[in-house]
Design a protein around this ligand. Structure first.
Ligand code: TXA
Ligand code: MG
Length: 330
């Protein structure tokens, strides 16, 4: 299959994406977090194409994207006891990079939720994605547009590298704003369970209700939660400060730096997440730099710890998972 890459800004781009979705096709679309592989959430055959293209196991459920709060309530119910909390969170963070786990309505099929009673829903703030939602009137199922277990794509070219020849169409909206997948939350006894850390931080959520990182789940749940995920093919190790890293001879090291200036001596290739140590910039660069370091034939990627405050917690979470080798996802 030949994959077309079309500029999201070009005339007719919205109509073309909408038409593909209505035809039951998959389309890669930019969101404000990472690129998603989209399909009509109410068309099980279309949704199955997502699983095929990604080689994603069927037990791994998909996020459903909707245009607004009214559309959200067509796919999920908001239980009375958390209605106030959910509405406050929606007002503050939606549209945006926050995904809610809520009881699903019947129109959402088992294919989407992998048989779970909760559906993950998010209102995307990306102007193109949101325009496609509105123009189509569809609910759109979309996981990150990478092969299962791999690094999420933050540019159209990343999607082509991951899924080229497997999908007909990629809409190119440039580099994504946040560069990390959305924060996923569930609710328990009026408290917020953070199932995946992301652009909306625990600190931000805690202004609304006590929020804690969910215990590592035993049963189903998400590969975003499997220990080895977001994995580059090159081994990766986390260190405190690269300046203290003692390399060995005849080994090609790459550095993913947090501190600046960076020690260059033993590193063949260096990428600095943010020269001004800005966490937003660091998050936006993270997956792109991991991909670049993964493509230059290194023996080891050395990554510096990032401060675990605010967005730094989500960056650290991704780096720790990238450091786990031989996990169950590939
Ligand atoms: O930013 C994002 O969330 C991106 C963009 C495209 O929206 N999407 C994304 O989807 O990261 P995905 O499928 O790569 O990651 C979603 C995670 C998966 O780990 C999945 O297992 C989990 O959310 N998930 C989805 N539905 C769920 C459900 N009903 N219950 C528990 N976990 C769920
Ligand atoms: Mg993913």
């Amino acid at each position: 299959m030949k994959t077309a890459i079309v500029a999201a800004e070009s005339p007719g781009a919205i109509d073309r994406a909408v038409q593909s979705l209505r035809d039951g096709e998959v389309v890669a679309l930019p969101t404000e977090t990472v690129y998603g592989l989209a399909a009509d959430a109410l068309n099980p055959d279309a949704v199955l194409k997502i699983f095929e293209a990604k080689e994603r196991p069927r037990f791994d459920p998909l996020i459903v994207h909707v245009a607004d709060g009214a559309a959200l309530q067509e796919v999920a119910t908001i239980p009375e006891e958390i209605r106030g909390l959910v509405n406050s969170l929606l007002r503050e963070f939606s549209p945006g990079p926050l995904t809610f786990l809520l009881p699903r309505r019947e129109i959402i099929s088992d294919v989407v939720t992998a048989g779970l009673e909760a559906v993950a829903v998010r209102i995307s703030a990306h102007p193109f994605f949101n325009a496609v939602l509105r123009a189509s009137g569809l609910a759109i199922a979309a996981p990150s547009a990478n092969r299962f277990g791999r690094i999420s794509p933050t540019r159209a070219q990343d999607v082509a590298d991951e899924l080229g020849d497997r999908i007909p169409l990629i809409m190119d909206g440039g580099a994504t704003e946040h560069g990390l997948e959305s924060t996923i939350i569930g609710f328990r006894n009026g408290l917020i369970d953070v199932l995946r850390q992301g652009p909306i931080t625990i600190e931000q959520l805690q202004r609304f209700a006590p929020a804690t990182i969910a215990d590592r789940p035993s049963s189903v749940r998400a590969p975003g939660q499997l220990r080895s995920h977001y994995a580059p093919r090159t081994p990766l190790t986390l260190v405190g400060a690269a300046a203290d890293f003692l390399g060995e001879e005849r080994t090609r090291y790459g550095l993913l730096a947090w501190n600046y200036p960076v020690p260059r001596k033993i590193f063949a290739v260096v990428r600095c997440l943010s020269e001004t140590q800005n966490l937003r910039e660091g998050a936006a660069n993270l997956f792109r730099f991991l991909r670049e370091l993964d493509q230059v034939g290194l023996d080891l990627i050395v990554a510096e710890n990032v401060p675990e405050i605010g967005l730094g917690a989500a960056i650290t979470d991704r780096l720790r998972r990238a450091a786990v080798r031989g996990g169950t996802t590939e």
